[in-house]
Design a protein around this ligand. Structure first.
Ligand code: ATP
Length: 516
């Protein structure tokens, strides 16, 4: 991460804590690695993200329904899904710093560094040539770019092969050959690469024969697969149809840095879409498009997203891509879209001995449906929204402010009502307005400190509208509305407040964009 971006990220993390978005878990005991709690503002924003996803999935698609499965599942679930045997990451330790890393991440970072070098050349050339710059041509012909690109291609090919074969010795050799050093100790004193299972286990019950070993689910998807028949039959669902779910998942991540990007307890929003065999790649493209629309509709900037196709396909998948978002520490996965074939349902049929099939009345035949999965982390989504919203602005007169330009639909508070002074009947009038608005919107009330300070507090938590009640309000029934992003102020009638806020925070235009 470049120094300034690293500093910005640190400031975002500090801001999250200072303004009640995210706290380290059990902080009074010095926290717990990669576990975080959402505070009073964070939980509101997180709920808004979940609601936006849930409605986009279940309300906008008549053939998608939701469920809420338990976190504990029968242990055979994880045998069938392959997690007991294969949910592993390749880990490597640096003997000097005693720090642990994922071997694949070290190599991917190395690939990222080469990409950065290429990008620097491109940026330099763009500056030099101005409007006449032809980026494609430049990338194809510039010798320095070509040299970097050849290096990247070779490394990428070697890495993909090693990952596909899970060749641990080769992964280590790549790290050595590339001269990758530990960022802490700066040395190349690496251990061998080993496999590490990411599932947390605990025990359930206490019988004479001993308790049963159960796992904390590492993904919510399996709760959907084991309920496939229940939902299909009771909901009279016809293929193609989807089942959506939001819930906690747990992974004993080897390296858990970067704040809420990689946590050991996190939340997923997953949807499994069941289709006819042979139609899965068409639906895969459909869901790629749908999901990107959902992200872009928030208006964080279209250029901040890109697809990244998987180097290593899971053995059961026949297509997989990630939607990556430009975080301060580079483009990173926020969502995965996977074509999982009929692997999961077939495995559960095999391990449970139950027939898990769908009778297709149009084809007059039974089959095990194929599955397209969309899987997004709530916390990563939260982080991407926060990072793109965080701004430090220099104002006229030497003043500065920190503002979260959150999409209004996701902001914890939609508006805050403030009496100019704490007397003369102004607090009473302000509370009356608040009570009217809170029926529809999460509305704050603040009467402490100067009005300027109060505006700053609301800027820092991303409240789109501040509504100030002054002495004139009692006579003319008008208030001053101050807009978060422009800081412009307008005098408006109290009667128009509701309509104005509604049109700014309404999710309807976003859903319309998703559906286009
Ligand atoms: P990564 O390669 O970053 O470990 P993954 O490919 O294992 O992620 P998936 O299994 O596809 O992730 O999970 C789907 C989504 O769940 C991810 O896109 C991400 O948003 C979220 N997610 C996965 N692991 C974590 C985690 N440890 N902390 C927070 N979110 C996570």
């Amino acid at each position: 991460m470049a120094a300034t971006q690293e500093e910005t990220f640190k400031k975002i993390v500090a801001h999250c804590k200072e303004y009640g978005f995210v706290f380290p878990s059990s902080e009074i005991y010095d926290g717990l690695g990669a576990v975080y709690d959402y505070g009073q503002n964070g939980v509101e924003m997180k709920n808004n993200i979940k609601q936006y996803w849930w409605n986009a999935m279940t309300r906008m698609h008549e053939n998608i329904v939701g469920i809420d499965a338990a976190i504990f599942m029968h242990p055979t679930t994880w045998k069938a899904s392959g997690h007991v045997d294969a949910f592993n990451d390749p880990l490597i330790d640096n003997r000097d710093s005693k720090k642990r890393y994922r071997a694949d991440v070290l190599i991917e970072d190395q690939l990222g560094k080469i990409e950065e070098k290429i990008q620097k050349e491109v940026d330099k050339a763009r500056k030099r040539f101005g409007d006449s710059f032809d980026e494609r041509m430049f990338r194809q012909t510039n010798p320095r770019v070509q040299e970097h690109q050849t290096k990247w291609d070779a490394l990428h090919e070697r890495y993909s092969k090693a990952m596909n074969e899970m060749n641990l010795e080769e992964l280590k050799q790549i790290i050595l050959d590339e001269g990758i050093v530990c960022p802490i100790s700066g040395t190349r004193n690496w251990t061998d690469v080993r496999q590490f299972n990411l599932m947390f286990a605990t025990e359930m019950g206490s019988t004479a024969d001993g308790a049963m070993k159960v796992y904390l689910r590492p993904e919510t998807a399996q709760g959907i697969f084991v309920n496939f028949l229940n939902v299909q039959k009771t909901g009279r669902m016809k293929v193609p149809f989807g089942i959506a779910q939001i819930g906690k998942a747990f992974r004993n991540e080897i390296v858990a840095r970067q704040f809420i990007f990689r946590m050991r307890e996190f939340e997923q929003m997953e949807m499994q879409f069941f289709v006819r065999p042979g139609e899965e790649l068409r639906w895969f493209d459909y869901w790629k498009d749908q999901r990107l629309r959902w992200h872009k509709a928030l208006g964080l900037g279209d250029e901040k997203y890109r697809f990244h196709d998987h180097e290593k396909l899971a053995h059961y998948a026949n297509a997989a891509t990630d939607i990556e978002f430009q975080m301060p520490f580079g483009f990173k996965e926020v969502e995965g879209i996977h074509s999982r074939t009929n692997f999961d349902l077939s495995q559960h049929a095999k391990y449970s001995g139950k027939k898990i099939e769908y009778f297709d009345p149009e084809l007059n035949e039974s089959y095990t449906p194929y599955v397209i999965e969309t899987s997004i982390g709530v916390d990563r989504m939260f982080l991407s929204v926060l990072c793109s919203a965080y701004k430090e602005e220099q104002l006229e007169g030497g003043d500065s402010r920190v503002v979260l330009s959150l999409p209004p639909v996701l902001a914890p508070f939609k508006c805050c009502v403030m009496p100019l002074v704490k007397k003369d009947g102004l607090p009473e009038k302000a509370r009356e307005i608040m009570r009217m608005l809170q029926l529809d919107f999460r509305t704050g009330y603040d009467e402490k400190d100067s009005i300027g300070k109060r505006y700053r507090r609301q800027d820092a938590i991303g409240t789109p509208f501040c509504i100030t009640v002054d002495h004139d309000t009692l006579g003319d029934n008008c208030v001053t509305v101050r807009y978060r992003d422009t800081m412009q102020q307008d005098r408006v009638s109290i009667d128009t407040l509701h309509g104005m806020i509604r049109s700014a925070v309404d999710a309807k235009p976003l859903y319309e964009k998703c559906l286009q």
